[in-house]
Write a protein that binds this ligand. Sequence first.
Ligand SMILES: *[C@@H]1O[C@H](CO)[C@@H](O)[C@H](O)[C@H]1NC(C)=O
Ligand SMILES: *[C@@H]1O[C@H](CO)[C@@H](O)[C@H](O)[C@H]1NC(C)=O
Ligand SMILES: *[C@@H]1O[C@H](CO)[C@@H](O)[C@H](O)[C@H]1NC(C)=O
Ligand SMILES: *[C@@H]1O[C@H](CO)[C@@H](O)[C@H](O)[C@H]1NC(C)=O
Ligand SMILES: *[C@@H]1O[C@H](CO)[C@@H](O)[C@H](O)[C@H]1NC(C)=O
Ligand SMILES: *[C@@H]1O[C@H](CO)[C@@H](O)[C@H](O)[C@H]1NC(C)=O
Ligand SMILES: *[C@@H]1O[C@H](CO)[C@@H](O)[C@H](O)[C@H]1NC(C)=O
Ligand SMILES: *[C@@H]1O[C@H](CO)[C@@H](O)[C@H](O)[C@H]1NC(C)=O
Ligand SMILES: *[C@@H]1O[C@H](CO)[C@@H](O)[C@H](O)[C@H]1NC(C)=O
Ligand SMILES: *[C@@H]1O[C@H](CO)[C@@H](O)[C@H](O)[C@H]1NC(C)=O
Ligand SMILES: *[C@@H]1O[C@H](CO)[C@@H](O)[C@H](O)[C@H]1NC(C)=O
Length: 863
Amino acid sequence: MVCFSSQSQFRVLLVLVYAITIHKGVCSTNVKLSCNEKDRSPLLLFKHSVKDHSNKLSSWSSGEDCCAWKGVLCDNTTGRVTRLDLNQQYLEGEINLSLLQIEFLTYLDLSMNDFTALIHPPLSTAHFNLSYLEYLDLSFNEDLHFNNLQWLSQLPPSLKCLNLSEINLENETNWLQTMAMHHPSLLELRLASCGLVNMSPFVKFVNFTSLLTLDLSGNYFDSELPYWLFNVSSDIFHIDLSFNNLKGRIPKSLLNLRNLESLRLSNNELTGPIPDWLGEHERLQHLVLSENLFNGPFPSTLGNLSSLTELGVSSGFLSGNLTDTIGQLSNLRTLFIGGSLSSVLSEKHFSKLFNLESLVLNSGFSFDIDPKWIPPFQLREVSLKNTNLGPTFPEWLYTQTTLEALDTSFSKLSSINADKFWSFVAKIRAINLSFNAISADLSNVTLESEYAILACNNFRGTLPRISSNVFMINMANNSLSGPISPFLCHKSGKKSALGYLDISINSLSGVIPNCWENWRSLTFLFIGNNRLEGEIPPSIELLNEIIVMDFNKNNLSGEFSLDLSNMKSLVFINLGHNSFSGVVPTKMPESMQVMILRSNQFSSNIPQQLCSLPSLIQLDLSQNKLVGSIPPCVCNVSSMDGERRIRHFRFTFDLFWKGRELGYRDIGLLRNLDLSSNNLSGEIPTELFGLTQLLFLNLSRNHLKGKIPIKIGGMKNLESLDLSNNHLSGTIPRTISNLTFLSYLNLSYNDFSGEIPLGTQLESFDAWSYVGNPKLCGLPLPKNCSNTHQRVGSGANNSQNESLYLGMVGGFVVGLWGVWGSLFINRAWRHKYFLMLNHVADWLYEVIVLKINHFSRVRASAR
Ligand SMILES: *[C@@H]1O[C@H](CO)[C@@H](O)[C@H](O)[C@H]1NC(C)=O
Ligand SMILES: *[C@@H]1O[C@H](CO)[C@@H](O)[C@H](O)[C@H]1NC(C)=O
Ligand SMILES: *[C@@H]1O[C@H](CO)[C@@H](O)[C@H](O)[C@H]1NC(C)=O
Ligand SMILES: *[C@@H]1O[C@H](CO)[C@@H](O)[C@H](O)[C@H]1NC(C)=O
Ligand SMILES: *[C@@H]1O[C@H](CO)[C@@H](O)[C@H](O)[C@H]1NC(C)=O
Ligand SMILES: *[C@@H]1O[C@H](CO)[C@@H](O)[C@H](O)[C@H]1NC(C)=O
Ligand SMILES: *[C@@H]1O[C@H](CO)[C@@H](O)[C@H](O)[C@H]1NC(C)=O
Ligand SMILES: *[C@@H]1O[C@H](CO)[C@@H](O)[C@H](O)[C@H]1NC(C)=O
Ligand SMILES: *[C@@H]1O[C@H](CO)[C@@H](O)[C@H](O)[C@H]1NC(C)=O
Ligand SMILES: *[C@@H]1O[C@H](CO)[C@@H](O)[C@H](O)[C@H]1NC(C)=O
Ligand SMILES: *[C@@H]1O[C@H](CO)[C@@H](O)[C@H](O)[C@H]1NC(C)=O
């Protein structure tokens, strides 16, 4: 199954919409005249420690009136500097807090830059002499981190808004107390995604009596909702605790916070029923409880929240029907219901949703809707994933003429009205129709959506045409047939934007035409599992943005003499299960990490050039006709050994965000070498057993000679070792019992002698790990060490692990960031928010895991 669903495009759009409407702070001041000397010098001192590569501070020269400098605002009567706003100016270097000597500074915004450190005077030298600072925003300086927040004590108690989001505060356990002690009059506090752990859940009271906004989303809080929160300030109207690990129920004391307008608790582990009394919070405009563990029914009282503009509820444990009172929420713009509800929805559920823009119903709903129904809304995005929408694509969706995203994956669709359908979806930016059973001929269709996921259906005919603005297309696992040349060689006149093409698992045939010059922006190419034949044409060399190329399982042939060394981003190539012959390709870029050439007709030596690929972490040359010996230089592939981490891209930590399991492991430690089933001969270079980072080593079914050296005991990460069917001899060294992660061992059919070593790890292996070595004795073989009886065991079963393919995950991650990169032109959007990251990441995970499964199945079936 190579198909995946992609709710995330959808979400991305959804989130982009949010991102544009970011909450406006209540704290702001304005104004301007000519500069006071007292203010100019602290500004220049500040500039001194800033690295300004983009020359954003060019106006900051000593000659000019500092009130006219970029980002500086002065009071128009006194000429004193009151505001400094250098938000998103690509500034690097250090923030020298001596800036706070500017006496009348009220507003300081240095957010979304690349500052790496904060310099503050020693804590003992008391406070700055200023008393007006009200607004401090250092958020989204990702490389900034503080061991503690003691320096906040140097800021005046007048501080009203503090934003340190995305700054690493993982070692600050006392943040709440520090904050409350020094800054009790805060109105807005944002510490989103700061790595905070402790929320002091049992503290009853915190001195934030004026707090209006509290954003603690994206931290690691794993307690129940803290007592102090419900006692904090009766004026508080905005609480965001989403994306934590909060547990327990929503306590009734939430009702104390009568002025609450926005409550975001999504993506936690909250349990219990969704309280009925939430319906009493009549001022609520945003109620986002999605992705929790709530059980019980969907409370009908939520239909009383007539001010709601956003409602999100999802949990896999909800039961019963979705109340039709939600149809009364006439201000609703966003509705997200997901999980395990399963009622029949009728027009009544939507009757007054005049303002609805985003509709996400991802639960087993059925629809009892008149085909002539005209909905009261015009949606921007709709996701009906996992509903029982089918069998026919519903008529009412055609009335939605402003759609930008449509997700009807997994929704039991099997038929579409082709006349209407394709022109309807042509206007939608992102469509996901995957995992249905839609049967339609695509031969005469032109796809125009930027993101089109049609995978896992019954689409047939030839490949559709695509317009030049299509960016991602996934048609994997359908029944498409015919040649691919009309598709690839069609000239649309405009430069194609296509970055992602997956047409794998179809019945496409013919040669791969020499038309790749049309597709230069491709980064991901999956055309495996088809019936393509002939050589890979030379124009493929023009794909210099490519990251992943998968030609696996076709009938491709010829000597692979292409020069891929200009593909500076290529990390993954799979040529496996074809009929390529001749010399193992060596003209590969230094970026290459995973090379799979298994099951072809390559008949050369193992070329020395492979040893000079510095990033290689996985090399699979098995099932070819390779001859000669294993070049000892294989052991010098720098990434094959050593602890060196391969850093590809700066977003790594985002994907590790919240420690989620995202399928991305430290690829710097993933290693696989498979040279099995060839005609390799000579001795195994003993250096090979010095590759302490290797996880998988398979040299089976060759004519290799030599001994297993004692130093194999140092291969501390080895999980799978297959040396079977060779001519290896000597004793099995005792140190092999040091390999604590070894879960697969096959030494059968060699010429080993002596006693099988004992050891905890080794006890789990059966006789078949050792059979076919007549001179070997001792358990688990039936032959004890004074007897020569021998029994033939069963062949080795392939237990190659899926994690084998995790090596390529890095590649996908890099690539998809490339892919998504275009959506993140605005750096602020990239940060805003984890929500988006998370969904992109989930999506990555789906792609990756499903691809991995696919590859490992291929491997298994090759045995
Ligand atoms: C930081 O928080 C303040 C106050 O809530 C807000 O106005 C501002 O937009 C936030 N900054 C960023 C970069 O999100
Ligand atoms: C000074 O600023 C105040 C308020 O910001 C404004 O009302 C006034 O018109 C300004 N005066 C001048 C001379 O610009
Ligand atoms: C920060 O500014 C002060 C002047 O206010 C100066 O004395 C100090 O050396 C500066 N620190 C650094 C590291 O530049
Ligand atoms: C510091 O504050 C005191 C009074 O609060 C004032 O007299 C003095 O001028 C200030 N010093 C500076 C350097 O601003
Ligand atoms: C937290 O403390 C650990 C151990 O002292 C240190 O390695 C780490 O860098 C600190 N983190 C931050 C963000 O300062
Ligand atoms: C809360 O802050 C106020 C004003 O700063 C102060 O008077 C009061 O004592 C503080 N209360 C507690 C419990 O810390
Ligand atoms: C609120 O704070 C007071 C102390 O000021 C405490 O007695 C009370 O129990 C707190 N309420 C809750 C719900 O924690
Ligand atoms: C709230 O909703 C419930 C059930 O939908 C209803 O019985 C009740 O009258 C409503 N309360 C108000 C104040 O509208
Ligand atoms: C849900 O609605 C159906 C009719 O649509 C009804 O038969 C069923 O009893 C309802 N279930 C609950 C738990 O109310
Ligand atoms: C595609 O269009 C051509 C020419 O208009 C027509 O002959 C053919 O039958 C169409 N094929 C399908 C599958 O609709
Ligand atoms: C095997 O492990 C033992 C201790 O567990 C260690 O002393 C020995 O050096 C190891 N041998 C090798 C070859 O690493």
